[in-house]
Design a protein around this ligand. Structure first.
Ligand SMILES: Cc1ncc(COP(=O)(O)O)c(C=O)c1O
Length: 358
């Protein structure tokens, strides 16, 4: 009875939840450096707003995220008609694909990137084609060459997950000039707030001028992964169509309230960035001294390579209460992705790593 393409999908493997590891291994104080969440926990302003909003949870939420949309449109200097919200940016991938599907349509992306593009594309009936990264970066020239008459959507994670690399403004502008107008280029900017390089692309001004859509999330720097809320910035007519596909109450009321508060918590974002700058430097230095290869990251996680099979290292670290992400799902058995934590967490990571690799 099951669709063949669904039978062949490998389900998304999330980072192991802390409670599950504590339960299974009988450990306490487990730390999770596996899902790129904000090391500082949630914004206190968001928590306060949630507490205030609790009494309203017997009502259905506003489907359009009315107040949040107004605030976000002001922050981004776009029209409200360019914005649509999702139950995490994950849901927006699904909405985009549902909005665009036609028989034989193809998705094109890279082989080592956020796996949901592949999973969601397949579930929605697309043929999914992938090209290799180049030096762990999206290879835009190879993507351009792999476009076929059936290609309908391109997914570019910028910065990329799991490698932490980015394509710059110049590269993106040149690339867009060479992509046929009938293809939607989706830039998934889940980690954009961490990408502080001057040449990191600013694509919002291209909305309505180029056939692009931008995905962002409140799960990463805004610290609201558990509430599930993300958004898309796109051309008005595409947003209107996506609105028809969206479930009526897809974003819960507490997520809307919390996102509005977190968006206004500039001090929290600044503090997170400062911590990440400092801790990335610390981890780069320490990895280098341990002989662990790494790629400099434009995000809050670091892609590393070790001399041993990282599935083994993952298990050893887990037994010491430190959860990281090994990369065997990409066939990269010597690689891992490690979320940058607080100094205390990073010291525990290093100690466990030293013991595991000795
Ligand atoms: C590149 C990328 N896009 C999207 C997401 C999903 O974000 P959300 O929590 O908003 O669904 C993630 C989360 O890991 C990600 O790494």
């Amino acid at each position: 009875m099951i669709r063949k393409d669904i039978n062949n999908i490998e389900a998304y493997k999330p980072g192991k939840p802390i409670q599950e590891v504590e339960r299974e291994l009988g450990l306490k104080n487990v730390i999770k450096l596996a899902s790129n969440e904000n090391a500082l926990g949630p914004s206190l302003l968001a928590l306060k707003a949630i507490k205030k909003g609790l009494e309203g949870i017997f009502r259905y939420p506003e489907g359009t995220c009315f107040y949040l949309k107004k605030k976000l449109a002001r922050c981004l200097k776009v029209s409200e008609s360019n914005l649509i919200f999702g139950n995490g940016s994950d849901e927006l991938l699904d909405i985009i694909l549902k909005t665009l599907w036609e028989p034989g349509a193809e998705v094109l992306t890279s082989d080592i990137t956020f796996v949901e593009y592949k999973i969601c594309g397949t579930i929605n009936g697309f043929v999914v084609n992938c090209v290799p990264l180049k030096d762990f970066k999206f290879d835009l020239a190879a993507i351009k060459d792999a476009i076929t008459p059936k290609t309908k959507v391109l997914f570019i994670a910028n910065p990329n997950n799991p490698t932490g690399t980015y394509v710059n403004q110049r590269e993106v502008i040149d690339f867009l000039a060479s992509v046929p107008e009938n293809i939607l280029v989706v830039f998934d900017e889940a980690y954009i707030e961490y990408a502080e390089a001057k040449d990191f692309p600013d694509l919002v001004p291209l909305i309505g001028k180029k056939n692009i859509a931008i995905l962002r999330t409140f799960s990463k720097i805004y610290g609201l992964a558990g509430l599930r809320i993300g958004y898309m910035i796109a051309e008005k007519s595409f947003v209107e169509c996506a609105e028809r596909v969206r479930q009526p109450f897809n974003v819960n009321s507490l997520a809307q309230i919390a996102a509005e508060a977190a968006l206004g918590d500039k001090a929290y974002v600044r503090k997170t960035l400062k911590l990440m700058r400092q801790e990335k430097k610390f981890l780069y230095r320490t990895f280098a001294s341990l002989g662990i290869w790494f790629k400099e990251s434009a995000t809050n996680f670091i892609f590393v390579r070790m001399d041993t099979d990282t599935r083994k290292v993952f298990g050893q670290l887990l037994s010491k209460g430190v959860i990281i992400r090994e990369m065997s799902q990409y066939g990269l058995n010597n690689y891992a992705r490690i979320t940058v934590g607080t100094r205390k967490e990073n010291l525990r990571l290093i100690k466990a790593l030293k013991e595991a690799t000795e």
